[in-house]
Design a protein around this ligand. Structure first.
Ligand SMILES: Nc1ncnc2c1ncn2[C@@H]1O[C@H](COP(=O)(O)OP(=O)(O)OP(=O)(O)O)[C@@H](O)[C@H]1O
Ligand SMILES: [Mg+2]
Length: 277
């Protein structure tokens, strides 16, 4: 990964490869979720979730449709706050800071904890501005460096060749897959510490999907990634650890090897064997 233009925000231990106990060592938590329960009005959507996400790792969240994966993901950067009727009990810390505490600046939180959604959502501005706007808004680089950073981020996601001659044009003329890569480049441009990806490759062809998966592996351990995916093969390929959700609860969390090769719970076993979902 080209991190020359990305700030090293802190010293990070190298990524986890071993047992779950290594993943949750107290000094290496990127995200710590304690007993959260989230509701839309009176309807409980996620319930009693405890989960620690190791710094510098890739965690995949899997589970049947409607089980609360996206809702859980959005609670990590407080994106649910925008939805009327949403309430959350419990605690979520990002690198030790309680993000639901009174001192949290949402703009800064969402820079540190970036997000790419299932459907590409380029901003209605030029391709170049989609990348540069966040850099400018957060004063992350002098103006004279911005063009260079835009190019680096587009190269990083493999989009530069396709868009280098049309940087001033609208992103909506790009293919769906290209728009998604642009959104990934935009998320990376603001130097996040954590990247939340909600089914990021569902609109990509197999080649672009493979390219994104390879990129994700290159991003760690500088970045911590949480990816929601329905593609179990993808979770197997990219994730260090896997969280299996069902009916708004976390059924099982473990290393990818534990979950895919030796799950503890029958529900997990049934899900990963393709019996439901
Ligand atoms: N804005 C909302 N208001 C009320 N209920 C909602 C809202 N958004 C989601 N829900 C409900 O919350 C539950 C969980 O939805 P969520 O989108 O988190 O599931 P998911 O696991 O991501 O599903 P999928 O795999 O289909 O994307 C669903 O029952 C859904 O209908
Ligand atoms: Mg979802």
């Amino acid at each position: 990964m080209d991190i020359s233009t990305r700030a090293k925000l802190k010293d990070r231990p190298s990524g986890p490869q071993g047992a779950l106990s290594d993943l949750v060592a107290s000094d290496s938590k990127a995200v710590s979720v304690k007993k959260i329960t989230g509701k839309f009005k009176s309807k409980t959507i996620i319930q009693g979730i405890d989960l620690d996400i190791a710094d510098g790792s890739i965690t995949a969240i899997v589970g049947p449709s409607g089980c609360g994966k996206s809702t859980f993901l959005r609670s990590i950067n407080r994106m649910n706050d925008r939805i009327p009727g949403w309430s959350l009990e419990g605690e979520i810390s990002v690198f030790g800071q309680d993000i639901y505490g009174p001192d949290t600046d949402l703009l800064s939180l969402r820079r540190r904890v970036g997000m790419v959604f299932q459907r590409p959502n380029p901003f209605p501005m030029s391709i170049e501005e989609n990348i540069s706007c966040g850099i400018k808004a957060h004063h992350l680089a002098p103006r004279s460096h911005i063009k260079e950073i835009v190019r680096a981020r587009l190269e990083e996601v493999g989009l530069w060749k396709a868009v280098s001659g049309r940087l001033k044009e609208s992103p909506f003329q790009l293919s769906g897959g290209q728009q998604q890569l642009l959104c990934l480049a935009r998320a990376l441009a603001v130097q996040p510490e954590i990247l939340l990806l909600d089914e990021p490759t569902s609109s990509l062809d197999p080649i672009s999907t493979q390219q994104v998966e390879e990129l994700l592996r290159e991003f760690v351990p500088e970045l911590t990634i949480v990816i929601v995916t329905h593609n179990l093969a993808q979770a197997k390929r990219v994730a260090d650890s896997v969280a299996f959700f069902m009916n708004g609860t976390l059924v099982e969390f473990g290393t990818a090897t534990e979950i895919f090769e030796d799950p503890r719970f029958p529900e997990t076993k049934r899900y990963i064997s393709g019996s439901f979902g």
